[in-house]
Design a protein around this ligand. Sequence first.
Ligand code: PGA
Length: 251
Amino acid sequence: MGKEFLIAGNWKMYKNADQSRAFILELAKTFAPVTGLTVAVFPPFTALAGLRGLDARIKIGAQNMFYEEKGAFTGEISPVMLQGLVDYVLLGHSERREIFKESDDDVNKKVRAALQFDLLPVLCVGETLQEREAGKTMAKIKNQLEKAARGLENSEMGKITVAYEPIWAIGTGRNATPGQAQEVHHFIKGVWREMAPGQKLKILYGGSVKPENSLELLAQDDISGVLVGGASLNVEQFSAIIHSCAQLLNK
Ligand code: PGA
């Protein structure tokens, strides 16, 4: 079907360095490489250095970073520090936006910094339940996309992966239906086409993705992967999601 899938696991504030290494070694035993399928995990910062080169089939991402290269920013991690350790960096996750008060402007600066230092941004967008019920989903998403991509060159836009994560579906066990997700993904594609003519876009769905719903979500036309939280902490479950994707590719 010609899609390039990305199955990504966001570990949030779980797993220390040893647990992260052990997980990757275990996970690597459970799947064979499949053309068209990339697997990535996003462990905490403290685990990243120990994961370098551990298994070439499993890409590594960071969950966040600051946008400055260096300086007096106690407690922050710069894009330069991530170079050589990760391929991807998750930016604008709703937990960062809500709990740590990251603004659209911060997210924009981070996206620009990531691209400047050759890290591939996975840009998260999504609406609250209140916004969905008020019919404001598309407006919210469009606004987040436009603000995050402000000032980027067309070619830079081609390096971004978007993750659509309805906030009401994160960690709640209540996923968007495949139809609801597809509708927003289709919309995002249209917005992106206008903002970055000619650039392809990979859009992941995130929010209570589990082995039970991954196949149906991945089968939607405009869904090119999933960003998995809770279920990515368990080798069996995450592996089952990877297998559902492989199953789709082998059809
Ligand atoms: P969840 O988290 O799969 O536990 O809902 C997804 C995310 O926050 O990326």
